[in-house]
Design a protein around this ligand. Structure first.
Ligand SMILES: *Cc1c(COP(=O)(O)O)cnc(C)c1O
Length: 787
């Protein structure tokens, strides 16, 4: 489409929808009409692609979360329409930049949901017939503001101005039955536009509605509450995303949500398949389902249940399920391994529970046949100890199980799921996560993209990120490194301007930007970063740290609203910020900024402006991480532990181009049993000086009683005495602190040689090819889905 055509269609759409013209429309009206013009434009091709997906073997990606971010810029980029639309708007005194007000589609918590979004993008771009299935939450992840240093949450009503990128497909609705209610699942489809190809995939999000028409008779005869309640109870199922990242919720509504989209997606697949082939016998030849963590594992007994209803025997249905399903494990942390109380499952999903028991019987039969030890069988059974163990059910039934980074998969095989690996070694694979370079470079960093394209002589890297390797030959080219530094500087200026406008904080673009952005979680150790800042602050003041290159420490993170220790860490970071930022003696050396409402759109600005990427989880806790990849791709060095994909990042870019510190997984296994953090505290005066600040009244935690979670004294006690069910300093914060400081100061000193530092950054970009989700998705397609 050319600019003139687009402009006239946009003008028509605005007139028709709002009675406005391009110059007079509100920005959300502009957005709505741009979306509608694009949706009209792609509609025929989308339909064609959908039919092509259904005609052959295809993959379904079931995920409780899809953290899509803003659609408009990405869709225009993928269609090659960005300039066309911008020119059309500029002719009327408007611009695409105004659409920055548009809300993100934040139907996910963090990495797991963003991974699902990157996978859809990569599959679409590479003509892989993959479609996403999830929940159309009315409220996505809460919006965060920081008030007096505390996190405040506000509902995320993301469809307030409508949802022009979705199409309601009433005709594909599915009735979902629970023990105590029936609801209707109504699909809303979003196009997933493949970059540089005609292929358009689909993200199908199910919305819960009442299965029955509003009961006017009951309403009229006086049962007002009953009639309204039946409607509300149904709608509640897709009302809100659970805001716990990496943590099981265990609530009835959560189980209902999991079943809701799993059952609807399975029914959808069977209905489409039967319509096409008239039989379900060959289902597994055409449909493969990837389960994104255990949240959709209930789809396994549900598929078997639906097949039995269609006349399959249990064994035949089980065999089909085995061929159809694959399961991705995302964590080894105990608190995140999903289990459901059997009684609850039986009550909420009686028919499904009956199938779960049959699966469990089948497990016993198979294991007895193998002659496995009986205690061992009991331990591994999908049902036991009054619980349904979702991961065990998934591994028992699926064809393939994968971890999400090399080290993570090794831990699964050798430790967390050792017995399972011994039983089914052929089922285990690794699929190191990735990110899409369309959003995380082409879209968010046009300056660096243009430079790369110019140097390579083409833009092939947008579809083949390994092309970046060819940039290595410029690693000693001063003019190239200077140009790269100028790009980085421009991105730092842009971020500084945005932070000023969005958060009201001033930062100096000439300083080092040291950035930690990710969900707030103890295992991710923002606490370690906070203590490190205090450590350095005191070191500068007492003269033991000299020649410190001025650094701004930037944090972005949401905490689950009920996770009180994480919230205390947010408050602590802000207290430390207020304290050090106000000290004139260090005012030209360090500054701390906590930005509000970290989300995909904010990430797009932050990742391009970082000099240093903080990836400091305790070794063995971060399955992969994907934030680490975004920062690497945009030319930041990693200051990180040997954890998750950091290991592979260091391997690809060369360890000399990162700052790796801290105890390794195998070291921690030796250290932790006898670890006593007080040994460190009492022996190391510099560490004691930092920790004392938590309890000497310098910082205010807002008056939380000292024996309660959420107080700074409690954070202190978690390090020294342990908290909840954890041992003292469960995440080895004090143990790694000195090593962390050493790496950080070494990085800080290295930065002074700007050219040498730029070379490290450059080599990170050159070697980021492996971390494209294009590579990951092709690996799934070839080695798991056989597509
Ligand atoms: C990439 C991303 C994440 C995941 O970050 P990690 O550092 O891997 O935990 C979380 N939230 C948002 C908004 C992201 O874009």
């Amino acid at each position: 489409m050319d600019t003139k055509t687009f402009k006239s269609r946009l003008a028509q759409m605005l007139e028709h929808s709002f009675g406005k013209n391009i110059a007079s429309a509100e920005s959300h009206q502009l957005h709505d009409s741009i979306a509608k013009v694009v949706m009209e434009d792609i509609s025929a091709q989308w339909k064609k692609s959908t039919e092509q997906h259904l005609a052959g073997r295809r993959a379904m990606y079931l995920s409780m979360e899809f953290l899509m971010g803003r659609a408009v810029y990405n869709d225009l980029l993928c269609l090659g329409l960005t300039d066309v639309v911008d020119e059309a708007l500029k002719a009327e005194g408007r611009s695409l930049a105004e659409l920055e007000d548009i809300e993100d589609a934040a139907l996910g918590n963090g990495g797991l949901g963003r991974l699902a979004a990157c996978f859809l993008d990569s599959a679409a771009a590479h003509d892989i017939p993959l479609d996403g299935y999830g929940i159309r939450y009315k409220y996505g992840l809460f919006k965060q503001s920081i008030v007096d240093g505390f996190q405040h949450e506000e509902a995320d009503n993301w469809t307030k101005y409508g949802d022009p990128w979705s199409v309601r497909r009433e005709e594909d609705s599915v009735e979902i039955t629970y023990g105590d209610q029936k609801v209707l699942a109504v699909p809303y489809d979003m196009p997933i536009i493949g970059y540089g190809t005609k292929n358009i995939g689909t993200l199908r999000l199910w919305q819960a509605e009442s299965a029955d028409d509003f009961d006017f008779a009951a309403f009229d005869s006086g049962d007002y509450d009953g009639a309204v309640k039946a409607q509300n109870d149904a709608e509640n199922i897709s009302k809100v995303l659970y805001p716990n990242d990496n943590c099981e919720a265990g609530k009835i509504l959560r189980l209902k949500q999991e079943y809701f989209f799993s059952a609807a997606s399975v029914a959808d697949a069977l209905r489409k398949h039967k319509k096409r082939f008239g039989t379900l016998d060959n289902l597994a030849d055409y449909v493969t389902i990837q389960l994104n963590d255990t949240h959709p594992v209930i789809a396994i007994p549900e598929l078997i249940r639906q097949l039995i209803k269609e006349g399959f025997t249990f064994d035949k249905a089980f065999d089909t399920a085995h061929k159809v399903f694959n399961y991705t494990n995302h964590t080894i942390m105990a608190e995140a391994l999903e289990k459901w109380d059997s009684k609850m499952v039986e009550k909420v999903l009686p028919d499904v529970y009956a199938v779960i028991l049959q699966i469990n019987e089948r497990f016993y039969a198979d294991m007895y046949a193998k002659g496995l030890d009986k205690a061992q069988i009991r331990k591994m059974a999908p049902v036991g100890d009054g619980m349904v163990k979702m991961a065990f059910m998934a591994i028992f039934v699926s064809s393939y199980i994968n971890g999400v980074a090399a080290i993570h998969t090794e831990i699964l095989k050798n430790d967390a799921l050792k017995e399972w690996y011994e039983l089914y070694p052929e089922r285990f694979q690794n699929k190191t996560n990735g990110i899409t370079q369309r959003r995380w470079l082409a879209l968010c960093n046009p300056e660096l993209s243009a430079m790369i394209t110019k140097l390579l002589g083409n833009a092939d890297w947008v579809k083949d990120l390994d092309e970046l390797k060819k940039l290595e030959k410029f690693a000693d080219d001063e003019s190239v490194l200077n140009e790269f530094m100028a790009v980085k500087e421009a991105k730092k200026h842009q971020l500084a301007d945005f932070i000023k406008a969005h958060d009201g904080k001033e930062i100096d673009p000439d300083w080092i930007f040291d950035i930690q952005i990710k969900r707030l979680h103890e295992y991710k150790r923002q606490f370690l970063n906070a203590l490190g800042i205090l450590y350095i602050y005191f070191g500068i003041k007492d003269g033991s740290i000299k020649d410190f290159t001025p650094t701004v420490f930037i944090f972005g993170a949401k905490s689950a609203p009920g996770y009180r220790r994480a919230k205390a860490i947010i408050k602590l970071i802000n207290e430390i910020g207020d304290y050090v930022n106000a000290d004139p003696e260090t005012a030209d050396k360090l500054k701390v900024v906590f930005v509000q409402n970290y989300n995909v759109s904010y990430a797009e600005k932050l990742v391009c402006a970082a000099d240093v990427s903080e990836q400091i989880s305790t070794a063995g806790t971060e399955a992969s991480g994907t934030g680490n990849m975004k920062l690497m791709l945009n030319g930041a060095v990693t200051l990180g532990t040997y954890d998750g994909a950091n290991v592979e990042i260091a391997e690809e870019a060369g360890e000399e181009n990162e700052y790796i510190f801290g105890a390794r997984v195998e070291e921690l296994a030796e250290i932790m049993p006898a670890y006593d953090p007080r040994d460190i505290l009492f022996k190391d005066g510099k560490i004691k000086r930092v920790l004392d600040k938590l309890i000497d009244g310098t910082f205010s935690d807002g008056g939380v009683p000292s024996d309660q979670e959420g107080s700074f004294r409690e954070l202190y006690k978690a390090l020294t005495d342990g908290a909840s069910w954890h041992v003292p300093d469960h995440y080895y914060v004090l143990g790694d602190l000195n090593s962390y400081i050493e790496a950080k100061l070494r990085m800080n000193a290295d930065y002074k040689d700007r050219l040498a530092f730029a070379k490290k950054c450059w080599l990170n970009i050159c070697n980021a090819g492996k971390f494209s989700s294009d590579r990951t998705i092709k690996d799934y397609a070839e080695n798991i889905w056989k597509i």
